[in-house]
Design a protein around this ligand. Structure first.
Ligand code: PMP
Length: 364
């Protein structure tokens, strides 16, 4: 039975029918939600709303996977400190998982990442070590390696670990297969940061839904994949240098200044059908449109994926079904360009509205 009714009857809910033994058990099983106004009439467009995860992003999946795989292998010892280089959401996910499981957590993060992400991690009990934004993601990563080596800490290695794509194959992809079991699925749209979401889901879709076209996106001013230029790597697969096609961009969480090992495997296996560049400004506009016309609150990367999905929708055959990933909540961007023009004070319209009735207005 559906969990809620959305027809003319009074809306009711039934509860989940079970009790949860930890916040960590609420990770995953995020809903695929239909777009009702912004999608062209000839397609069905859905978004997979990863902001329903308890830490507010898709990276909760990666965090629980890295920690539990390392617990199982014995690589992570009880009480050992966990360290990771993170653009934010992985840090929030790891801080949450480490808090729940009792591991100290240290994040290294470039100063370019939004203030609220730093504060969120500290609120969850983590230490945040900032690195100069000029040193880009590479500098942040090398700082984490340095700290791990110097202190005997467990380095989470989100860009290299098999635990990344694995959790997306075992959870994200299975959820998509289940939710679209009785529906066509013509396109699946995603961007990449580590490439974990893309690699894990694409490997399963290729096998179980080979008809689904996989659409990958990257920032228009940082087309690492499209450039065709190979990534230099060290022996363990980590990047040896910044990729020549990289330029700083505004889509936080997408496209670091190197092609991660996790992503490379799936590029080599040709696990995407189309590569669509997207301008961050278009992504920001799409995120605002999602909020204001659909009531769906996601960040810049979600807006960017959605802007790509709209381009795919425009050219898709009538009746096509499209699913687009929304990696995180828009609340993580209050101090970023996403909220530019959103004021704290009343604007002229609001002041006029306030003065239009006699009581309770500010000022004289
Ligand atoms: N969007 C945001 C906001 C993210 O934080 C991330 C992860 N860095 C992604 C998208 C990309 O996810 P993945 O690492 O699985 O490629």
């Amino acid at each position: 039975m559906a969990n809620s009714t959305a027809n003319s009857d009074t809306r009711t809910t039934q509860g989940r029918g079970k009790l949860y033994s930890s916040i960590l058990d609420t990770i995953g099983d995020t809903p695929c939600v239909k777009i009702n106004k912004l999608a062209p009439a000839h397609v069905d467009l859905y978004v997979k709303a990863e902001f329903f995860n308890p830490g507010g992003s898709v990276k909760d999946r990666l965090a629980i996977s890295i920690i539990e795989e390392a617990e199982r292998s014995g690589e992570l010892k009880p009480g050992q400190t966990v360290v990771e280089a993170t653009s934010g959401n992985t840090g929030v996910g790891l801080a949450m998982v480490c808090a729940a499981k009792g591991y100290p957590f240290v994040a290294t993060m470039p100063t370019s990442v939004s203030i609220e992400r730093r504060k969120l991690m500290r609120f969850l009990g983590a230490k945040v070590i900032l690195t100069p934004k000029e040193d880009k993601a590479m500098g942040c990563y090398l700082k984490a390696v340095e700290l791990a080596d110097a202190n005997g800490w467990f380095l989470a290695r989100q860009f290299e670990t098999d635990a990344n794509a694995k959790i997306h194959a075992n959870t994200t992809a299975r959820e998509i297969l289940s939710d679209f079991a009785n529906s066509a699925l013509d396109y699946w749209v995603t961007g990449y940061g580590t490439g974990g979401t893309f690699s894990g889901v694409a490997s399963v879709l290729r096998e179980k839904r080979p008809e689904t076209k996989i659409v990958l996106s990257e920032p228009a001013n940082a087309r690492l994949i499209e450039s065709g230029q190979p990534q230099e790597r060290t022996a363990d697969g980590s990047p040896a240098s910044s990729h020549p096609a990289f330029q700083p961009h505004m889509i936080q969480g997408w496209t670091p200044d190197f092609i991660p090992k996790v992503l490379q495997k799936s590029l080599d296996a040709s696990h995407f059908d189309q590569l669509v560049p997207i301008d961050a400004e278009e992504g920001i506009a799409a995120s605002r449109a999602l909020a204001q016309q659909e009531g769906i609150f996601t960040g810049i990367s979600g807006g960017s994926s959605f802007a790509v999905a709209l381009k795919i929708a425009a050219d898709a055959k009538p009746g096509s079904v499209i699913l687009c990933m929304l990696p995180d909540t828009g609340e993580r961007y209050l101090s970023s360009p996403l909220f530019e023009g959103v004021d704290e004070e009343m604007n002229a319209d609001e002041v006029a509205l306030s003065l239009s009735t006699p009581g309770f207005h500010l000022g004289a």
